[in-house]
Structure formats: structure tokens, C-alpha cells
Design a protein around this ligand. Structure first.
Ligand code: SF4
Ligand code: MSK
Length: 626
């Protein structure tokens, strides 16, 4: 069979080459399966199908020729809003359950119930404990860990009235949330309430459903995700700037290659320790390899890249490609964004897929369950399995295309402040003078509906050229890294103002702030900037963009950004077009509610223009040059 034109699928020659290899070796990929699904169901794409009860399933005819109500009487507005609400709830639940795992880890540290985890950043632990009003004078680090973990675990319930870090939002934003009745009370409460409201016969009004969706998303952005970020820093260390590399070529032909994939550093940090063990390195050598090589994929890769400088092999759409190189002994996964297909692709090679979370099993994978008491021992077991697997690698099937691309990472808010001399003043000055006209979070996934990495990279190049600083997370950050945008030399691609700032500070124009939960760092930074200027977040010259998003989590991030006052451009249309009410609210009505809206624009150059116009208007409103 003739090979498809892979150039249309990805901007990366290495991925093209591996797609050819997969084709020749009869391996099915995400792009093949996407094609097999076409045409996608039009009702579902518009959000017009409902499976919420078994009087249905029902669907609404978008052309008005067929049914306009489901069996229960729900119309297009209700069905679309309910579906969107459940999407937001699933995204918030995913990030926040991840955050809960970190809080439980910190509690176990505080209660002396784990010897495998500890506190790497005691100063941040103290700062966070004091921030929530606990007197630390007579507390040991363990006591602080217990007190902070217990307080933050209460954010998941509903006993406190609002999640802790809502306190970080500027006062105008908090007043607005209170007035609208969307101040998030507790993560679990908001998610459960959304599931309740969207049951047949509960909330049957689109605006009411969408307002609650905003509340759910805020419980993630200022709750679950923020907890995940802050506690990961406490337990594993707050990221500081460092260099590393990205691309599939970080895999090594002569070494045992282990990849970590998923989101939670609780697992990936353990393996990062284990691969440094001299005994295990000796075992790898005895098996015929020259050493142990660890690299990351997706967000758990971002976590250990930010903190440990572990190289990044690729993003979401490259996870199958990593296996197709024939050089990966083992992929250890935790949860989220792990395509179940990895097991089938791995079965075509010698690669082992090892699942580790009691919450995430994969049929056909090897399950080695990690917990807070056995993590170090299990990490060693995983490395030993990888070494054993190396013996069955077929060198004739190994092809690692491309070369590693250098990048700079580790730009936590603490690191940014540190680089600025401990105060936001230089950044504010740069914004006021127009050297940096604004800042944009370019975030989110890869989606086979979009040419791989094209949206992220072209948008970001266009933005930095306009003197707009880019902060990135998730798979977008990996894309930028692989395209060479995350090194100080990339300042050459920026406009003159941004270029001068980057050169003075020795930083890239595209700053890596972490994984998907670390979008909360951007929220916090926006709150600090707004406070410094005595304005609301919606007055800042900032925006967000997710050009290639696919996941429910990304939808939730987009909504909490908008509900926090940040204009957000989506490159992929969410499934809401079946309702005029919901669509109009999303792309214009929310401006009057939250001071920000969504825009949908698949073309990255046009998206950059939309963002540029927004930043221009916000600058003018602040009395600054456009
Ligand atoms: Fe149909 Fe209403 Fe049931 Fe949805 S909730 S499946 S629209 S009857
Ligand atoms: S991993 S949520 S594909 S960014 Fe966070 Fe990447 Fe999107 Fe998953």
C-alpha cells in the first residue's frame, strides 16, 4: 500500500520518518485510527447528543428538520451546556485528584508514614504554611507538613466555604466571583454538584449550567491544580533554571532506555533516583548496555525536566513514535493522556509498558503498583525489568532519527522573581515601557486533528516577534523546546524590546513553567502582577492559547483562565456549536460576566493577531503605549 503524505500530519521530520517506519512495519498509530473514525459523528461534534439517561440516547437535529428535544424534553441549549459541564467536571477531577495525591503524600511525610518521600524545599514549606495562617515558630518541618497537608486536604471537601488559594486572587476578582456566586467552595463539592446538576431533570438552564462550570473550573485552577503545583515543589524541590534537551534523539542507541509518561511526579521522581544507582548501572552494563538512560514524555516528563533536567523525548502525539524507534525498553506510566494503544504498539517491539497507579490499569501491560511505602523498591524493580528487556532488543529495528535540541527550563515563579532580583518591579517596568508588551500562556496538548506542533510553534513565533513574552506548559512546551525556542539564542527571533530583555537576563523568550497543573503558576503570577498594578487580572495585557488541545483537562484550564479574566484562544472548536446560547456566551457574553471570553481560531497567525489586538487594547486602557 502507498504511504500517506506524512508531511501534512506533523512539522517534525523525525516523526515523519517514524510514521514511515510504522507503516512499513505494519504498526497502527493515532493518525491511522483517527482516519478510521472519519467522518466523526456530527451530532457529537456539535454537542447535540445526550446519553445521560436510558430514555435516550437522544440527539437534536441541527438543521431543524428532525427532533428539537430529547425524550425528556431537553433542548439543544440544555444538552450542549450539560455535556460541556460534564467535560469541565472531568478535567477538574483529573487535575485535582492528582493534587490530592500530592496532599496525601505530604500528610504521610508529616505523619512519618513514608520513608521514601521527604521535603526537599523546607523554605517553601514554611512559606506556604505561614501563608495559610499557621504559626510555624515551634513547628518542625514534619509538623508543618502535616498541618499544611491537613488544611489543603480540606479544600477537597466543602467545610471551608472557599478553597484556600482563592485568597491569592486580586480583591476585585474575588468580589466578582462572590457576586456571581462562583467562588469555588471545595473541589469535590463542585465536581459532584456538576454531576448532580447534569442528571436528567435537575439544572435545565444553559446559563446556570455554564456558571457552575466556571465554578468547577475555578476549583481546579485555584484549588486542585494549585495544590498539585505547590506541594510538588515542597516535596520534590522548586524548579530553578537549568538546561536540558528534547526530541526523540535523547534516546540512546547503546543504553537501556526508560521513558516515564503521565503526570504525577510521585512516580517519575522515584525512577529518576533509581537510574542513578551505581548497582543498577552496573547491572545495565553487565547486560551489554553502556548505561541507563531516562527520558520523559508529556507532563510527568515536564515535571522531572523542570526539577531534575531529565531530557524530554516528546509530547502526546510522539508517545507511540518513541516505541517505533525500536530503542525503548520500557515505558512506565502513571495516569492521564496515556493512549491505551501504547500496549498494542509495544507488542510489535520488545518494549514493556508498566502501569503503576491503582487508578490506571492498562489491559496487556505489566502492573507494578507503587505506594508511599514501596515506591523506591518498586522503582528499582522497574529498572531491573528494563535491563532484562534490553537483552531482547533487536538492533536491526532501531532507528532514532534527528538530534537532541537544547532547551532551558525551570522557570517557576520563584525562579522568575529570583532572576529579577526578588521583585516584580523590573518586569512591571518592562511591561510599562513596552519592551515586553504583554504575556501569553501557550499551553495544552497535541491532537491528530491538527498538524502536529504547527499551531503551538507558529503562534509562539508570531507572538515573540510582537514583543510578547510566552510562558508555556504541557505538550506545547515540549513542542517549543524541540523547535529551539527555549534557548537564550531564540531571542534573535523576538521583537527588539523582548530581545533586549532576554539578552540582558540571559533567558529565552519562551519560558517553561511546567506541566499542565502548573498553569496555576501562571494564575498566581497574574494575580501578583494585578495586585502590583492595583487592577483586576482582566485589566492585564495577558492572554492564553491552546492551539492543539484535545483533553477535558485542557477545556477546564481554558475555562478557569477565562473565569479568572484571561482572554483565551482555542485552536480546536469545543463541542458547543449546537447551541447558539452557549456559543454566543463563550465567544462574547462572558466578556460582560468575567471580563474575558474564548475565541476560536485554528490559524496560528490569525490567533496571534487576535491576541495582539487584545493586548493592544488592554495596554491602552492602562494608559500605556499600544
Ligand atoms: Fe435523552 Fe433527556 Fe435522557 Fe438525555 S437526559 S438521554 S436528552 S431523555
Ligand atoms: S500531557 S493534557 S496531552 S498538554 Fe499534560 Fe499533554 Fe494535554 Fe496531556
Amino acid at each position: 500500500m502507498a504511504r500517506p503524505n506524512y508531511k501534512e500530519l506533523t512539522i517534525r521530520p523525525e516523526v515523519e520518518r517514524l510514521l514511515e517506519k510504522a507503516h512499513d512495519e505494519g504498526v497502527e498509530t493515532v493518525w491511522d485510527r483517527k482516519k478510521a473514525q472519519e467522518p466523526h459523528c456530527g451530532f457529537c461534534e456539535l454537542g447535540l447528543s445526550c446519553r445521560n439517561c436510558v430514555m435516550g440516547p437522544c440527539r437534536i437535529d441541527p438543521f431543524g428538520h428532525g427532533p428539537q428535544r430529547g425524550v425528556c424534553g431537553a433542548d439543544a441549549d440544555v444538552i450542549v451546556a450539560r455535556n460541556f459541564g460534564r467535560m469541565i467536571a472531568a478535567g477538574a477531577a483529573s487535575h485535582s485528584d492528582h493534587g490530592r495525591d500530592l496532599a496525601e503524600t505530604l500528610l504521610a511525610i508529616g505523619e512519618g508514614e513514608t520513608a521514601d518521600y521527604g521535603v526537599r524545599d523546607e523554605a517553601k514549606l514554611k512559606r506556604l504554611t505561614e501563608e495559610v495562617g499557621i504559626d510555624t515558630t515551634s513547628l518542625t518541618p514534619k509538623q508543618m507538613a502535616k498541618a499544611l497537608a491537613e488544611l489543603l486536604l480540606d479544600d477537597f471537601g466543602c467545610r471551608k466555604g472557599q478553597v484556600t488559594y482563592v485568597a491569592r486572587a486580586p480583591s476585585k476578582r474575588k468580589e466578582l466571583w462572590a457576586k456571581l456566586g462562583v467562588t469555588p467552595r471545595g473541589v469535590d463539592r463542585e465536581v459532584v454538584e456538576m454531576m448532580h446538576r447534569t442528571h436528567m431533570g435537575v439544572d435545565n438552564e444553559a446559563v446556570s449550567l455554564l456558571l457552575h462550570a466556571a465554578r468547577v473550573s475555578l476549583s481546579d485552577g485555584w484549588g486542585g491544580s494549585m495544590i498539585a503545583t505547590e506541594l510538588s515543589d515542597v516535596i520534590f524541590g522548586t524548579p530553578t533554571p537549568r538546561t536540558s534537551s528534547a526530541n526523540l534523539a535523547v534516546l540512546k542507541k547503546d543504553q537501556v532506555n526508560i521513558l516515564v509518561h503521565g503526570h504525577n511526579p510521585i512516580v517519575s521522581e522515584m525512577i529518576a533516583d533509581a537510574v542513578r544507582d551505581p548497582g543498577l548501572i552496573a547491572k545495565a552494563k553487565a547486560a551489554g548496555a553502556s548505561g541507563l538512560n531516562l527520558a520523559g514524555l508529556c507532563c510527568t516528563g515536564n515535571e522531572i525536566l523542570m526539577r531534575q533536567g531529565v531530557p524530554m523525548a516528546g509530547n502526546h502525539l510522539m508517545t507511540e513514535m518513541a516505541i517505533v524507534t525500536g530503542a525503548v525498553e520500557l515505558i512506565m506510566v502513571d495516569y492521564q493522556c496515556i493512549m491505551p494503544s501504547l500496549v498494542q504498539v509495544a507488542a510489535c517491539y520488545h518494549t514493556k509498558i508498566v502501569s503503576t497507579s491503582p487508578k490506571a490499569h492498562f489491559a496487556g501491560a505489566t502492573h507494578i503498583e507503587f505506594n508511599l511505602q514501596n515506591a523506591k523498591a518498586k522503582a528499582r524493580e522497574v529498572v531491573e525489568l528494563a535491563i532484562e528487556t534490553f537483552k531482547s532488543r533487536n538492533p536491526d529495528r532501531v532507528d532514532i532519527p534527528g538530534t537532541p535540541v537544547e532547551l532551558m527550563t525551570g522557570f517557576s515563579n520563584e525562579a522568575v522573581l529570583g532572576a529579577l532580583g526578588g521583585t516584580l518591579a523590573p518586569l512591571l517596568e518592562a511591561i510599562k515601557s513596552g519592551s515586553i508588551r504583554g504575556a501569553v500562556g501557550v499551553v495544552g496538548c497535541g491532537n491528530p486533528r491538527v498538524k502536529h506542533d504547527h499551531g503551538h510553534v507558529e503562534l509562539t513565533k508570531a507572538l515573540i516577534k510582537k514583543d510578547i513574552l510566552v510562558l508555556d506548559t504541557g505538550c506545547a512546551a515540549v513542542a517549543h523546546g524541540m523547535s529551539g525556542l527555549k534557548v537564550p539564542a531564540a531571542a534573535e527571533l523576538a521583537g527588539p524590546g523582548l530581545k533586549a530583555v532576554c539578552q540582558a537576563l540571559g533567558i529565552p523568550p519562551v519560558l517553561h513553567v511546567g506541566s499542565c497543573v502548573d498553569n496555576s503558576r501562571i494564575m498566581h503570577l497574574c494575580a501578583l502582577l494585578a495586585d502590583a498594578l492595583s487592577v483586576d487580572i482582566s485589566a492585564l495585557p495577558v492572554a492564553a492559547a491552546a492551539m492543539e488541545w484535545y483533553s477535558e483537562k485542557a477545556a477546564t484550564i481554558g475555562l478557569y483562565a477565562v473565569a479568572s479574566g484571561i482572554y483565551t484562544v482555542l485552536g480546536v472548536v469545543p463541542p458547543i456549536l449546537g447551541s447558539k446560547t452557549v456559543t454566543n456566551l463563550a465567544v462574547s457574553g462572558l466578556e460582560d460576566v468575567f471580563g474575558a471570553t474564548f475565541a476560536v481560531e485554528p490559524d496560528p497567525i490569525k490567533a496571534a493577531e487576535l491576541i495582539d489586538n487584545r493586548i493592544r487594547s488592554k495596554r491602552l486602557a492602562l494608559g500605556l503605549t499600544p
